[in-house]
Each structure stands twice: as C-alpha cells, then as structure tokens.
Design a protein. Structure first.
Length: 353
C-alpha cells in the first residue's frame, strides 16, 4: 500500500471521472464504492440500471455518488454510433452494425473516453483481453508523436531492496507479441515516462535478455541492443531524463552484487526500476510469476501510447487491484498531455463530419 497510497493522495487533489463498463461485476462495484468514498472522483458504471441496483443491494453496496449509464437508454447512443461508423467506414461497417457495437458497454465506454465524457476507462475483470482491447484500439487512436500502443504492469513487492522502494514497472506484458526494435524502444520510453510521473524519480530502464553485455550471441539479443540505443536517442531528442541499459539479464538488472560482476560500468544494473522484456511471452510469464510467488500487489495492464488513458485488468483481479488501477489511470489522466503532447485534441470521426 506504500505506492498505491501515494497515488491515491495525488488523485485526491485532482479527482477524475472513470468509466467502468462491467457495472454488474461485484468486484467492480466494490472498487467503484471505494473510489468514491476515498474522494478520487466520479465512477461511471455501465449496464442495466435495475440489474446494477439489484446486485449492489445484494452486496450491501451503496450507490451514492456513483452514476449508472445504460447504453441502450443513453441520449448519446446515436451520436456515438454515427462517429463509430465514420471511424470504421473503410472496413465496411454499416450503420446498424455501428449501433449494435455501441450497445456493448466496452465500445460505449471507449467512446465516452474518446469524447471526453470520462477521463479514463477500466475493464477486463470478467472478460478476456481481446474483448476489452479491441474496442479501445478501434475507437481510440495511438497518441500523437507515438507509434506504438503497449502496456505495463506495476508491481509493489514487499522487499523494498528491489526497484524503487519495492515498486517495479514491467513491460510489455499484454499487447505486442514480438515487438520490433522501434516498438521495443517506444515501449521503453513510454514505460519510463509513466514511472517518472508516478514515482517522481529518474527512471532506470533495463532492457532484458538472456545475455548480459554480449555474453551470448543471437539475433534476439541484437534486437535488444539496438532497441536500447534507439530508446536513448528518443529520450535525448525529447529532453527526457532517464537511464537506459541493455542487454541485461534480470539478475544483473536487479541485484547489485551480480551487477558489479556482470555490468560494473552500468548506471542501471543492480538498480533498475523499469524492466522491458524482449517479447510478450517473457513479459507476461514474468509478471504473473512475480505477482503470485512474491504475493505482490499487481496493477495493470496500464495501456501506454493511446490517445486517452485506459487499462485492461486481469480476470484474477480483486477489488483492491481494480481500485489501484483506477487510481493510477486517474493520476495518469491528470498529466496525459505531458506524457503524450497533443493527446486528446481530436474527437473520433471528426474527419467524416
């Protein structure tokens, strides 16, 4: 709670509206109740109003301060459908298909965020990742000056010797199966920017491999080496202060004694706060392993590089996890234009009007 407590304190100074499409999910209802009670802003639940109230009553959860929106009854439905049709016209989407899509809470919620009716979106507690991510990627574009949409997990572990007082940022753990050199560099920079915003310290970014400083040779290692150099170039071009190093094995990235032997001249080795994985397999496996073996508080997937703030939580998340992710997205929303200059400047479908 050290880390998430500081996030909550930040958000209490700048409350935000967060849309939660899974309005009938008990864990989401509990998180929404806590979000409002902690004065973090306005939770917006999507779903059938009667059904949401029934489930809340059965769980003895007060809905005071929580807004319930049924997409089928919303006065915005036709406008949202028209804009979505414009966005997907090149894909052959018809008007009635756009309207059917907007009746689905994840599509409706994504459009709410895109239209600035909510400051961020959290979904995924009861659905597979594709059901959450597809609407976001179809409705919300990649942010200006960014080419890659990815994700990160934030781990708060008990052993404060790791990361920044026990907090580690791990990416990409949920979106890109096999990133290119350019994508890997983008992931490193976006994750570092979020880490700096939430931790308030200079990020130390390790791009990971099964090799440290040429201890092995393989094309995958070359990719990590090239991505490290490119991430440093991107950071210098944007005057972004961070340390990048790679390729590093994870023990060299995290443990000072091993770092002294394997990478003695590194500013990152042994002190990394951000871990960038070479592919989705390694990132997803490692993040879940850390979460369950160390019983870490895990917050994510926090989506990076999109034009609006959003997150896709795991079906294994509890109410505390969902609350933590919601608070992170709220804080992210307060500084989104600093993280992604030009983000949110255009509404979806404007070019078709």
């Amino acid at each position: 709670m050290r880390f998430i407590g500081s996030v909550i304190e930040k958000l209490q100074r700048h409350p935000k509206r967060i849309v939660l499409p899974e309005g009938t999910e008990p864990r989401v209802l509990q998180a929404a109740r806590q979000y409002y009670s902690l004065r973090l802003g306005a939770p917006l639940l999507l779903g059938d109003r009667t059904r949401v109230k029934e489930i809340a009553a059965a769980l003895n959860i007060s809905l005071e301060g929580i807004r319930i929106i049924n997409p089928a009854e919303s006065e915005d439905l036709d406008n949202f459908a028209r804009r979505f049709e414009g966005l997907r016209r090149a894909k052959g989407l018809k008007g009635f298909e756009a309207r059917e899509a907007m009746l689905q809470p994840n599509y409706f919620g994504a459009m709410m965020v895109a239209m600035h009716q909510a400051d961020g979106l959290i979904s995924g507690a009861s659905q597979v990742a594709g059901t959450t991510l597809r609407p976001l990627f179809q409705v919300i574009k990649v942010a200006p000056q960014t080419t890659t949409a990815s994700s990160c997990m934030i781990m708060e572990i008990e052993n404060t010797q790791f990361g920044q007082n026990g907090v580690l940022f791990m990416a990409d753990c949920g979106v890109i199966p096999d990133p290119t050199v350019e994508q890997l560099a983008d992931i490193a920079l976006s994750t570092a920017a979020l880490a700096r915003k939430l931790l308030g310290t200079r990020p130390r970014v390790a791009l990971l491999s099964y090799s440290t400083k040429g201890s092995a040779t393989h094309p995958s290692i070359g990719k990590v080496q090239a991505a490290t150099a490119l991430a440093q170039q991107y950071a210098e071009k944007k005057n972004f202060e961070a340390d990048f190093d790679g390729e590093l094995q994870v023990d060299a990235a995290l443990i000072p004694d091993i770092a002294c032997r394997k990478a003695p001249d590194s500013h990152v080795a042994g002190r990394a706060t951000v871990l960038i994985f070479p592919d989705l397999n390694s990132g997803n496996i490692a993040s879940r392993l850390v979460q369950h073996v160390t019983r870490a508080n895990a917050y994510g997937q926090i989506l990076l590089g999109l034009d609006r703030p959003a997150a896709e939580v795991s079906r294994g998340s509890n109410a505390h996890d969902i609350l933590g992710v919601t608070a992170i997205i709220g804080v992210q929303a307060t500084a989104y234009k600093d993280l992604y200059p030009g983000a949110g400047a255009h509404l979806p479908g404007e070019e078709f009007e």
